[in-house]
Write a protein that binds this ligand. Structure first.
Ligand code: PEP
Ligand code: MG
Length: 905
């Protein structure tokens, strides 16, 4: 029989932190804390495999599960001396989800389970506190009805608000036992009215209802969205933890809270957290009441008058601090902890590696290296490469005056500007239209997740640093200010009332997620400083890395930005992009539309100085680093005039008849331009284009060598080669021009001619193509397109459906398809090197900036990856992680010692 249930409690657990896959993160860490002898309420974990069994409705498993859960509960009864659903001392349970990775707020929880009309009385007697018992019962009904019976919790909130208004109370804490009892009867009647069902009194029925609902919440819409956003496989399922309740709502010596062992926003090494007196955990996370700070330091820095836990409950605080440092030392990482204090006694409900802003992640990793807790390599592994994006976000220019219209807590760093919108749907619509928005909510809930993702920034008027908005925004790297209590959101009238202003939907604000401020209008930003902790992590990464990181840059500005991010060369300069600016497009059009070679040459002669100037600037910026320039690639129609107006303009400029021009444009039309007259096919049809480009490159190399004193070794790349004879034809033209320019300049120019590998035929015939090509660069955008036979321009119409339906896991245009496209790359690399063993191999498709794809490139021994400038730091880090996780040696050169330059950072 499968072991479906693992128990823990009283200093002993059947599982441990190593069992995360089976027990889920929460279950594994509860077991671990128990083994460490920490105060954990006894409980049991139903393993995640039971989740899929639940979905398959497997009866036999259900029977086994019932027996094992029963035995587990008996153990909890023994430890606590309480009985589930009966007796003088009733045992109440919490039922919580716990997947392999944390999915904050995405799945359901039921607390206080086991209460009914009888046990509520016993609980009241036993606790000597009837008010507490009835408060717990009404909480249970509300939660159970919401999660299991699917009755919206707002119904209950309305009842409670009406009762409080009737009694003239402001706070829940003013309610007496009999008043809660009355609320319970109102809750039960509304369930009967709305659902025609009685609230279940049998604790066994309650238990299995809750277990079913928690399993079912794995497939809730918000959990599905979250998994899609975070690439979490559906097959994992969730485990369930059933634990003896401990009560934070047991009077003023009770409390509940969350703590981080270090500050999750700044990374500072000080305990950081929030708690609520006389409350249950959900109150903190839901942001219903604004919590108090755990430490005095935190209270002072937030300017709060309300006492800290350090002052209010000094003994529990001391124990919590001690346990926090014990846990951090044990796990060797910053922990995010949930706890409850029941009548002065501290209980640990959860620990896990804490989510943190990227800035905090950097600081914590660097500090832990300095504290000798982790190694430099571990520090490099602790940073999620794609999260570096957050650091590259602009912040508000410190020199500009700030017109502050509100302030709250600095929940997620960086600054963002946008139009204000009041719903998640509006945020999505506006962002689809290309508008930048700031999403305003009183507080967010998991239903808002798509809107949060679409927004530039998030502002809430309620909730603390651990509210849903704060946690989720930090994870997404979106600037966020929460709990801006000085502002009011009037969602019905789509207005935001700030200090001295009222703004309406569409008005622009800026939020500063690092300072917790809301500013009016658009505010000047500055680019981030990439030094300090960032610099140290990158230095360690560069030491570990084997592959070089280049950039895809078409302009000197791109190249400059990329170098400041540490690019060690240009892996792809798409020359066509140079032709779209200013007047150049006219010259290009004249060239394309010319009737004959003479006409083309006339236009090309005028393009030559322009190209030469561009290349010289690029070489100057790169100062001797390798630069790969690709010859003209796209189908010519991309440059052509389309509308009648454009045709008339071009015809006038060329002194041509508009109708004749229209005919010429029509003649150039292609049914399938991406598979048509493009790439080296253009060079073969119109060799004069190659000649102009090659001349511009070589003349620029001469000029730049004179200007900078650094020798330039241009790498000229021929696109879309499928046949060796294509490459031979183009290379011959390039070599001839090189000879001419060298003779004219009276100097030797070293250069390489290579090709992109972006067609399956080229990959398969790589050994033959390598006889002519001195380097290969994998153009994985086209290679993915041609391998799958999926148009890269039309893929977005159906790839998301494929992902949703589980046909593919990742979009192959974003993350490399290792099995198919990857196999072709592997073949081409092997065959190419068989012919030319010193052949330089790189990748320049979008995948060159994708961490998973970079791992693959490392695995097959490419020499470099090339990506857009802002992804250069991501690629540097991912390339280092690839080496470290492959267990290869650190700090060496590439296998053949090629293409390895010191980092530019
Ligand atoms: C590629 O195909 O991967 C590539 C880099 O070229 P482009 O995207 O310009 O077609
Ligand atoms: Mg391409």
């Amino acid at each position: 029989m499968t072991k479906w249930v693992y128990t823990f409690g009283s200093g002993q657990a059947e599982g441990s932190a190593l069992d995360g896959e089976r027990l889920g993160g929460k279950g594994a860490n509860l077991a671990e804390m128990c083994n460490l002898g920490l105060p954990v309420p006894p409980g049991l974990t139903i393993i995640a495999d039971a989740c899929s069994a639940y979905y398959k409705n497997e009866r036999q498993i259900a029977e086994e599960l019932k027996v094992q859960v029963r035995a587990g509960i008996e153990r909890i009864e023994e430890i606590t001396g309480r009985r589930f659903g009966a007796g003088d001392r009733p045992l109440l349970l919490s039922v919580r989800s716990g997947a392999r990775v944390s999915m904050p707020g995405m799945m359901d929880t039921v607390l206080n389970l086991g209460l009914n009309d009888e046990t509520v009385q016993a609980l009241g007697h036993d606790a000597g506190d009837a008010r507490f018992a009835w408060d717990s019962y009404r909480r249970f009904i509300q939660m159970y009805a919401d999660v299991v019976m699917r009755l919206d919790h707002e119904v209950f909130e309305e009842i409670l608000e009406d009762e409080k208004a009737r009694l003239g109370y402001e706070f829940d804490t003013e309610m007496t036992a009999s008043e809660w009892q009355h609320v319970v009867s109102l809750y039960k009647s509304v369930i009967e009215e709305e659902l025609g069902l009685e609230f279940p009194q049998d604790p066994e029925v309650q238990l299995w209802g809750a277990v079913g609902a928690v399993f079912a919440s794995w497939m809730s819409a918000r959990a599905v969205t979250y998994r899609q956003l975070h690439n979490i496989p559906e097959g994992w399922g969730t485990a369930i933890n059933i634990q003896a309740m401990v009560f934070g709502n047991h009077g003023n010596s009770s409390a509940t809270g969350v703590a981080f062992t270090r500050n999750p926003s700044t990374g500072d090494k000080s305990l950081y957290g929030e708690f609520l007196v006389n409350a249950q955990g959900e109150d903190v996370v839901a942001g219903i009441r604004t919590p108090q700070s755990i430490t005095e330091e935190g209270r002072i820095s937030s300017g709060s008058e309300r006492p800290s836990m350090e002052k209010l409950m000094p003994d529990a605080f001391k124990e919590l601090s001690r346990i926090c440092s014990e846990l951090e030392t044990h796990y060797r990482d910053m922990q995010d902890i949930e706890f409850t204090i029941e009548r002065g006694k501290l209980w640990m409900l959860q620990t896990r590696s804490g989510k943190r802003s990227t800035r905090a992640a950097m600081k914590i990793a660097v500090d832990m290296v300095d504290e000798k807790v982790i190694t430099e390599e571990e520090a490099v592994l602790r940073i999620e490469p794609s999260s570096l994006d957050q650091l590259l976000h602009p912040t508000i220019d410190p020199r500009v005056a700030r017109e502050v219209i509100g302030s709250g807590l600095p929940a997620s760093p960086g600054a963002a500007t946008g139009e204000i919108v009041f719903t998640a749907e509006e945020a999505v619509t506006a962002s689809d239209e290309g508008r930048k928005v700031i999403l305003l909510r009183v507080e967010t809930s998991p239903e808002d997740i798509h809107g949060m993702h679409a927004a530039e920034g998030i502002l809430t008027t309620r909730g603390g640093m651990t509210s849903h908005a704060a946690v989720v925004a930090r994870g997404m790297g979106i600037p966020c200010v929460v709990g801006a209590g000085s502002m009011r959101i009037d969602a019905r009238n789509e207005r935001l009332i700030g200090v001295g202003v009222t703004l309406k939907k569409g008005d622009v604000i800026t939020i500063d997620g690092s300072a917790g401020q809301v500013l009016k209008g658009d505010v000047q930003m500055v680019q981030p400083e990439l030094s300090g902790d960032f610099g140290r992590i990158m230095q360690w990464a560069d030491r570990a890395r084997r592959m070089t990181v280049r950039t895809n840059a078409d302009t000197p500005a791109d190249a400059r930005a990329a170098r400041s991010f540490g690019a060690e060369g240009i892996g792809l300069c798409r020359t066509e992009h140079m032709f779209f600016e200013g007047d150049r497009i006219h010259l290009m059009r004249e060239m394309i539309l010319a009737e004959d070679e003479t006409g083309r040459r006339t236009a090309l002669d005028r393009l030559l100085p322009v190209q030469r100037h561009d290349f010289t600037s690029l070489f100057n910026v790169m100062h001797g680093l390798p630069v790969t320039i690709r010859l003209l690639d796209p189908p010519l129609h991309e440059f052509l005039p389309k509308t009648d107006e454009e045709i008339a303009d071009v015809a006038a400029a060329m002194g041509m008849d508009a109708a004749a021009l229209r005919l010429r444009v029509d003649a150039l039309h292609e049914f399938n331009p991406m598979l048509g007259h493009r790439g080296c096919r253009l060079a073969i049809s119109y060799p004069e284009i190659v000649e102009m480009q090659a001349r511009a490159i070589f003349e620029a190399a001469v000029a730049a060598a004179h200007e900078t004193g650094a020798a330039v070794v241009p790498e000229i790349m021929v696109p879309l080669v499928g046949l060796r004879s294509e490459l031979d034809y183009v290379k011959e033209r390039i070599d001839a021009i090189a000879g001419d320019v060298m003779a004219e300049a009276g100097m030797r120019i070293d250069y390489l001619v290579g090709t992109m590998i972006e067609l399956p035929r080229a990959a398969l015939r790589a050994h033959i193509i390598a006889e002519a090509a001195e380097f290969f660069s994998f153009g994985t955008n086209d290679l993915t397109q041609t391998t799958f036979g999926i148009s890269r321009d039309d893929a977005s119409a159906f790839i998301p459906t494929y992902q949703r339906k589980g046909i593919i896991e990742h979009d192959p245009f974003i993350s490399l398809d290792f099995d198919g496209v990857g196999e072709l790359i592997r073949i081409a690399a092997e065959r190419g090197r068989r012919t030319r063993n010193d052949m330089k191999l790189g990748i320049c498709g979008e995948h060159g900036g994708d961490p998973a794809s970079i791992h693959f490139c490392e695995e097959i021994g490419l020499d470099y990856v090339s990506c857009s400038p802002f992804r250069v730091p991501i690629a540097r880090l991912a390339a280092a992680q690839a080496v470290i996780t492959n267990g290869a040696s650190i700090g060496g050169h590439s296998k053949d010692g090629r293409d390895r330059k010191p980092s530019a950072s």
